[in-house]
Design a protein. Structure first.
Length: 160
């Protein structure tokens, strides 16, 4: 089956029922997406499918063939951080860091559809679990990133 991952068409020889998480990690060597629970409860495995946050541990790879799959590896880079990554560091969100790629992907999907989220919007969208309990820092980082992204949009002449 052919999958579009981070803007590249990639061939997978995995069984059609194999969860997307394992195709990404084991076959494509994209290990930023983490296994947490295997039942879509924790969110460590969150990726985007056509811009929507999806828990990849329960989605068969065949179900997303032909759709745009985006993983944490393409959110930003060390040289060009995504505003969420910069905000995550500024707000000192990560402690152990295990859940962070899923948190960042869920937050990116939220900001893509709601550029100025309220606390209630953030609480509703961020259902990922963090054993370190950094939820208040996550909320602060999302607000910081939203402000940064909206400011950049205004400087470029866009409406925010």
């Amino acid at each position: 089956m052919q999958l579009n991952i981070n803007g590249q068409n990639r061939n997978s020889s995995a069984d059609a029922s194999t969860p997307l998480l394992w195709v990404l990690r084991d076959e494509m060597n994209l290990t930023g997406t983490k296994f947490g629970c295997g039942v879509a409860a924790c969110g460590a495995c969150t990726v985007h499918v056509d811009g929507q946050a999806v828990r990849s541990c329960v989605v068969p790879a065949s179900a997303v063939a032909g759709q745009k799959i985006t993983t944490i590896e393409s959110l930003g880079s060390a040289e060009n951080l995504h505003p969420l990554q910069a905000a995550w560091m500024a707000e000192q969100v990560p402690q152990c860091g295990y859940c962070q790629s899923g948190m960042l992907m869920a937050a990116a999907a939220l900001l893509a559809r709601k550029p100025k989220p309220s606390d209630a919007d953030i609480d509703a969208a961020m259902t990922n679990l963090c054993r370190c309990g950094t939820y208040q820092r996550v909320r602060s980082a999302i607000h910081r990133a939203a402000a940064s992204m909206n400011s950049a949009s205004m400087k470029q002449g866009g409406a925010a």
